[in-house]
Structure formats: C-alpha cells, structure tokens
Design a protein around this ligand. Sequence first.
Ligand SMILES: [Zn+2]
Length: 281
Amino acid sequence: MPELPEVETVRRGLEPVMTGHVIATVEARRAGLRYPFPGNLAAALTGAKVAQLSRRAKYLLIHLDNQQVLIIHLGMSGRIAVIRPGEDYQLQKHDHLVLTLGDGGRVILNDPRRFGIVDLTAASQLDHYPAFKNLGPEPLANQFSGPVLAAALAGRRNSIKAALLDQRIVAGLGNIYVCEALYQAAISPLRIAGAIEAAEADLLAAAIRDVLNRALAAGGSSLRDYRKADGELGYFQHQFAVYNREGQPCPYCDCEGRRGNVIQRAIQHGRSTFYCPAHQK
Ligand SMILES: [Zn+2]
C-alpha cells in the first residue's frame, strides 16, 4: 500500500511531466474505483493546464489553472504510469484513467484492486475537503516535532501503533513506516500512546522523519529510471529493518552474546505489527 514516501515519489516523478502541460483528453475506462468518478471529471480536466502538483498525506493533488484540483489516492494497489510522447503503449486491463497531455504524453492510473480514489474539488474548498479537514500535521513539515506529537498522544488509551496510524495525529503514515519508526525509536508498538514520555516522543518524531526521508532518498534514486519502458511510478523496494521480516534476526540486537533475538509479528487491530521485543520497550 503506498504511503507518504511512495506518493511523494510519484508526485516528484509527475511534476516535470505534467506541469505547464494542457490535459488534452480524458478517458475514463470504467465508471469509478472505490467511488464513482465525478460526473464532471472529463469536462473539468479537458483543456485545463496543470499549474502544479502537491501532496497532502497520501493524496496526490494536481492543481489546474481553472481553479479545480484533481485529487488522486492510490488505494491499495494504485500505480501511475507515464508514457512519453510518441512511445508505443497498449492499454492494459487495469488502466482505468488515461490523461493525454498536449504534447502527446500520457499519464495512466492503473489499479487492479480498485480501492483508489479520483475526485475533484475547487481550489478554494481544498482545506474543507472531507479527507483533509481533520488531518494531523505533515511529518516532514516544520510544524511536526516531538512536543507536537506528545501533545497529540496525551490521554490516548490505545496503542502507540494505532495512534500513529490515526491520520488525525500525524498524516501519511501507514503500517510499514509506523513499524519502522517505532523500531528505530526503540519503542514497543504495544505501549499505551498516552504513556509515551516527552523524551520518547522526541525520539519518535525524529525516527518518523528519518524513515520517511530514507524512503524518499531510495525513491529518488529509482526516479532516475522512471522514464524506462513501462514508465511505472509508485512502488520501490526499500530495505526494511522489521517490516515483513518475522523470524529474521533483529539488525540492531543480533550481535555476539545476544543471539536469538528475532523479529516478532503481532496482530493489532487486525493488522500485522513487526517489532523486536528485545530492544523495543
Ligand atoms: Zn532488537
């Protein structure tokens, strides 16, 4: 599932392709994904010029010069492919939305599981868009810090794992980067959120930024290849310390004299949590 770094990497990849270009044609190849496409999608996009691309949490925002904003969420399995002008490409089964730009390039949303979202809003209404109204701070923005995180966690009786997945506390984190950040901060995902101390919140805020920035750096290097034949943007392989590594040695603990520490998997709220019980306290 794409989280903040994946969506930001898609944004950075699309920015030079789309900015300043007119959307010449819009082809919706089905009626919608998780929700129906807006009825005025083609009318709102066709002929509009892309002014800029931004991101809020896991949402990609394509700002048009007609004061409309195209909102895309990649859901569970969404990908965006870029087809260069003049490049041969046969549309595939799960290519659901095709934007052809004025230069002939194409931007294609492919989503096999169809949990993605495509929506429109007026630029003036963006802050009131339902998904954005109650979002917490962007973790890479200046307003996010240990004290801000500590204040948001105060009094919370659920686990720190659940709290960090709550988009009202911090925006854009999903299962992967929550597991990785808790690991890096040496905090057990089973801890009660409200019991996280100020010094731990400082460590955790720093760890969140660090895992996201490292993922972005990995995406940044794969971005150089984004113009390759399939032009696919959306996912890249990172080296995860704990995520999906159940039963494997903890990279932090597994040294002489402390052998046998392996990554554990717990189920919290129906989702897998990966952690090292030896050093995450
Ligand atoms: Zn460990």
